[in-house]
Write a protein that binds this ligand. Structure first.
Ligand code: GTP
Ligand code: MG
Ligand code: ZN
Length: 171
């Protein structure tokens, strides 16, 4: 939570087992389309059942040997809530990847980087090896969490094979 709060995201802890703690979600979702994402077993479907018990979505036990969910939800589905708005339940995330994505603008999707990147010396700075980089400076000054910068570098270095293959097919 510390990492994401620092990046400018609002983080809250809630429990599907305590109805009072999810009441505010009904207000949040009114007039919106909201999606729940996360690993299998974190309680996405359970939380949606709390928002509308009539949905009776299937939920799964946590596997004691793996201490994780069992991929109970198998496809994404959108439900209209009687209290207003729409909620989308999704299967647990198995892998994360960037497809058809221009890495040159990856930092624009990190709010805390977007805030400072106009101060980089080069306006096409990739925040990796360039001198006078505002993003790297912010990491050093403790304004950007090192974990977030580490994730950024990892994504930048991720294999581009997928994109490469698509380019071959196109030509
Ligand atoms: N104590 C507690 N248990 C919870 C909470 N939310 C979910 N659970 C339990 O965690 C288990 C998994 O919940 P699910 O709702 O099936 O999880 P999911 O995120 O939908 O999982 P997938 O559909 O596999 O992606 C169930 O046994 C729930 O009863 C919670 O807030 N507190
Ligand atoms: Mg589920
Ligand atoms: Zn930079």
């Amino acid at each position: 939570m510390e990492i994401y709060n620092m990046a400018g995201y609002r983080c809250l802890t809630i429990s599907a087992k305590q109805e009072g703690s999810v009441a505010f979600l009904k207000e949040e979702i009114k007039g919106k389309k909201v999606m729940f994402g996360g690993h299998s077993g974190v309680g996405k479907s359970t939380l949606i059942n709390t928002l509308d018990p009539e949905l009776e979505l299937k939920t799964g036990k946590i596997s004691m040997s793996h201490l994780s969910g069992q991929h109970t939800t198998t496809f994404a589905e959108m439900h209209e809530l009687p209290t207003g708005g729409f909620i989308i339940d999704t299967p647990g995330i198995k892998a994360f990847g960037l497809i058809d994505f221009d890495k040159k603008v990856l930092s624009h999707y990190f709010p805390e980087m977007r805030k400072v990147l106009h101060e980089c010396k080069f306006n096409d700075c990739q925040h990796i090896n360039e001198p006078d980089c505002a993003v790297k400076n912010a990491v050093e000054m403790g304004q950007i969490h090192p974990e977030r910068y580490f994730n950024y570098v990892n994504m930048m270095e991720e294999d581009d094979d997928e994109t490469y293959r698509k380019d071959i097919y196109k030509s």
